[in-house]
Design a protein around this ligand. Structure first.
Ligand code: GLV
Ligand code: MN
Ligand code: MN
Length: 416
């Protein structure tokens, strides 16, 4: 069993074939959640899963589960997964890797004729990215009971299309009810620079930063760019710009992996000779400590009070995502470390700066993650890339950590 390895070429080919769905000119993918490209990506995964002999089900928020039975049919499955949706200008690996790695583990076991005691499942969670619809990690959040199904289905994108309508449109509004999970493993590219900079193959993920996301509406007044004196303007874009500078200042002055990002800005009326009267923007705050995250938000609110006064605008702050920092299950994390060690890969403990479905799965089952390096630490970018050897290494770690958890069935058990 120790000698068992996944098929590097097959894993890489699957990743590249999947990346041809929604491919962008710069080598990335645009498979925004619940769009036609997402549907095609899902269809491809379902077809590969069926070819591998897996039983596919879809739940009410569109999560896909592909199940391989175990010798003990009453045992809760060991689940591997991630997401197939991407950022509008995303890369080939973010999410797709975790799903394809799960599939490769199953294909490897099929080929080797190995049965596990607990059933195995490969999961593709709906709308992990949170770009078209908030909240992020929607599918795993509903599955874990963090969000209600009704709340998730009612969310709308910028065009007013609801999650419910989009799910029905692509044919992935299923009926499967949430089920037990024995353990959850997610393989992912690091999306940051640490592994590459330290020449490390495997990141043993300890947990993930907490996050607080806000939708912000700044209301000033449209005015003529010529006759309106500078001191009487109510410039919503000037206020929004100052707010963006504050977000950056706050994130650079707080400890514990503080991060602050304004990634979305919509200016109205967006005309070169009109003082902008309305701006919508987003704020994304992250930290390894919940109390520090709270302090960052309190400071943002103080900055907003000042900006409102000084720019003569009104600022509305609406919190749309909040989850505290999370820690993964020590025994599962130890299992990932042990697998990396046994396989002879360099490894180090690491904290995830990104959100992952594992964060919500950790609330209902022991969960852990395996990271592999990505070039330059670049992700959420079309040029995101990783090497075939590294993605295969992460998949080998996944294979052995999963086998240790699910248990290998004896020939007799497998037949009975
Ligand atoms: C997920 O992609 C995140 O923003 O962390
Ligand atoms: Mn991801
Ligand atoms: Mn992502």
């Amino acid at each position: 069993m120790q000698a068992l390895r996944v098929n590097q070429e097959r894993l890489w080919r699957s990743l590249m074939d999947l990346a041809s769905i929604g491919a962008t000119p710069k080598g990335g993918v645009r498979r925004v959640t619940l769009t036609e490209a997402d549907r095609q990506g899902r269809d491809q995964f379902v077809s590969w899963a069926r070819e591998a002999g897996l039983a596919v089900s879809v739940d009410t928020i569109g999560n896909i589960f592909a199940r391989r039975s175990g010798a003990d049919s009453g045992a809760a499955p060991v689940v591997m997964g991630s997401h197939l949706d991407s950022q509008p200008s995303g890369g080939k690996f973010d999410g797709a890797y975790g799903v394809m790695a799960g599939l490769e583990v199953v294909r490897t076991l099929n080929e080797a004729g190995i049965a596990t005691r607990a059933p195995l499942e490969v999961a593709a969670w709906t709308n992990e990215e949170g770009s078209r619809f908030v909240p992020t990690m929607m599918g795993s959040g509903v599955f874990a009971g963090v969000h209600t199904l009704e709340h998730a289905l009612a969310q709308q994108d910028a065009e007013g299309v609801s999650v419910r309508a989009a799910l029905e449109h692509i044919g992935y509004a299923g009926s499967a009810k949430p089920h037990r999970v024995g353990a959850y493993f997610e393989a992912h590219i690091e999306q940051g620079p640490v592994l590459e900079a330290t020449k490390t193959t495997i990141g043993v993920v300890q947990g993930a930063l907490g996050q607080r996301w806000f939708d912000v509406l700044v209301t000033g007044q449209d005015a003529h760019a010529g006759p309106t004196p500078m001191e009487t303007r109510r410039d919503a874009l000037l206020a929004a710009s100052r707010l963006a500078v504050e977000v950056n200042r706050i994130a650079t002055t707080y400890p514990d992996y503080a991060r602050g990002t304004v990634g979305f800005l919509q200016v109205k009326p967006n005309s070169r000779n009109v003082v902008p009267g309305e701006v919508r923007l987003t704020v994304d705050f992250r930290n390894a400590k919940d109390a520090t995250l709270g302090a960052m938000v309190a400071e943002l609110k103080r900055s907003i009070d000042r900006i409102e006064r000084e720019c003569r605008v009104a600022v509305e702050l609406r919190e749309v995502v909040y989850f505290p920092p999370s820690e993964f299950a020590p025994d599962l994390v130890a299992g990932v470390r042990k697998a990396a060690e046994n396989l002879g890969y360099t490894h180090r403990d690491i904290v995830s700066g990104a959100a992952h479905d594992a964060v919500y799965l950790a609330r209902i089952a022991p969960a852990a993650m395996v990271f592999v390096p990505c070039e330059g630490g670049i992700s959420h970018n079309e040029i995101e890339t990783a090497t075939p050897a590294d993605v295969a290494a992460g998949c080998n770690v996944l294979l052995h950590a999963v086998l240790a958890r699910a248990g290998v069935a004896s020939k007799q058990e497998a037949l009975s």
